[in-house]
Design a protein around this ligand. Structure first.
Ligand SMILES: Nc1ncnc2c1ncn2[C@@H]1O[C@H](COP(=O)(O)OP(=O)(O)O)[C@@H](O)[C@H]1O
Ligand SMILES: [Mg+2]
Length: 342
């Protein structure tokens, strides 16, 4: 178990015109689950492979705990890596797969057995231990691959690259819960790469949001949702993301309009409706109401700007047509030139 510290770390692939990862400083605290979240191509896998040692950085340093491991290969770093598509040894039983990393390191049979059974229980594999791995479905195969990553006691970190990609969406939630349960037991530093914000927010203690080879923001799910550092994070997180309108927060109220450098961000959950003939808020026009069961999404316009509001289930949603909208100013965020104003 170790803190992961990246200092002035950057990577450019041989022959590539641009950096895959721009120089960054980042600390991933010991014992926590960290998600690396960002759109495809933003550099998540590159960053993960620099930590594991599969890639050697163009510049900068990787530290695990007290040690600079930049010059070490993957085996010497003592990290476990789980890939997008599960790697399972089909000539072995489930138990054989789970014990494999321990057998490789000369761990005594009794300890191997106890560790494998412990990790199997946490990943819901205990009933399958003595089965062949042939023909098992993708989610079970990925449970086995996760188990092999989590079975060692001596790892500095466990790194997972989009581990649910090959798993049926219906099985993902359960697998995520198993992974969290297994993590609580081993308390190892875990780095989880995903492009899926729902997955990142559900599994991680702390999320690193990346875009175009840069770390844009690191924070708890709550910090990222309530205090996005820039308009990219504001738009990217939440479903849908923040409404971004020209304007700002003045004297405890959202005021629309202005010079275009200032933008105010309001979550769909923080938009409210008032009668069209009242004086509260600003005039708007409701175009469509989408019933999602647990909430209604109201698509409206204020002048030529689109605004989305999320109305939780028992509350009444407005009908299409003229209305007025108000914003929860206490939860609104003001941006200047794209960056959060403090
Ligand atoms: N082996 C490689 N050679 C050259 N360019 C690469 C290689 N792997 C990735 N890249 C490029 O580096 C950037 C980051 O890729 P990657 O780290 O795989 O992103 P992500 O995992 O977030 O989808 C992308 O522009 C990608 O095309
Ligand atoms: Mg990737």
């Amino acid at each position: 178990m170790a803190e992961i510290e990246l200092r002035d770390l950057a990577h450019r692939y041989a022959g590539a015109a641009d950096w895959a990862l721009r120089p960054l400083d980042l600390t991933l605290a010991d014992g926590e689950i960290h998600a690396l979240l960002g759109p495809s191509g933003c550099g998540k896998t590159t960053l993960l492979n620099l930590v594991s040692g599969l890639l050697s950085p163009t510049r900068g340093a990787v530290r695990l705990g007290d040690a600079d491991v930049t010059a070490l290969g993957p085996r010497e770093r003592g990290v476990a890596q789980v890939f997008q598509f599960p790697v399972v040894y089909e000539t072995m039983t489930v138990r054989g797969n789970l014990e494999f990393p321990l057998r490789n390191r000369g761990v005594p049979a009794a300890v191997r057995r106890r560790r494998a059974e412990d990790v199997a229980a946490r990943l819901d594999l205990d009933a399958l231990l003595d089965r062949s791995t042939r023909g098992l479905p993708a989610d079970v195969r990925q449970r086995i691959a996760l188990g092999r990553g989590l079975v060692r006691e001596d790892v500095a970190a466990v790194l997972l690259d989009e581990p649910l990609t090959a798993v049926d969406p219906a099985a993902r939630g359960a697998l995520r819960d198993s992974l969290r349960a297994a993590h609580r037991r081993i308390a190892s530093t875990l780095v989880y790469v995903t492009h899926d914000q729902g997955e990142a927010l559900a599994i991680a203690d702390r999320v690193v949001v990346m875009d175009h080879g840069r770390v844009v923001q690191q924070g708890t799910p709550r910090e990222l949702l309530t205090r996005p550092a820039d308009v990219f994070v504001a738009r990217f997180l939440g479903s849908p993301g923040m409404n971004l309108l020209p304007g700002g927060v003045e004297a405890g109220a959202v005021r629309l309009g202005g010079d275009g450098r200032r933008v105010v961000g309001v979550r769909p959950e923080d938009v409210r409706f008032a009668p069209a003939d009242g004086a509260e808020g600003v005039a708007a026009d409701v175009e469509e109401v989408v019933d999602e069961g647990h909430r209604r999404l109201v698509l409206a316009r204020i002048g030529d700007r689109r605004v989305v509001a999320a109305v939780p289930d028992p509350e009444p949603a407005p009908s299409p047509g003229a209305c007025r909208v108000t914003f929860d100013a206490a939860r609104a965020v003001e941006f200047v030139d794209g960056e959060a104003a403090s």
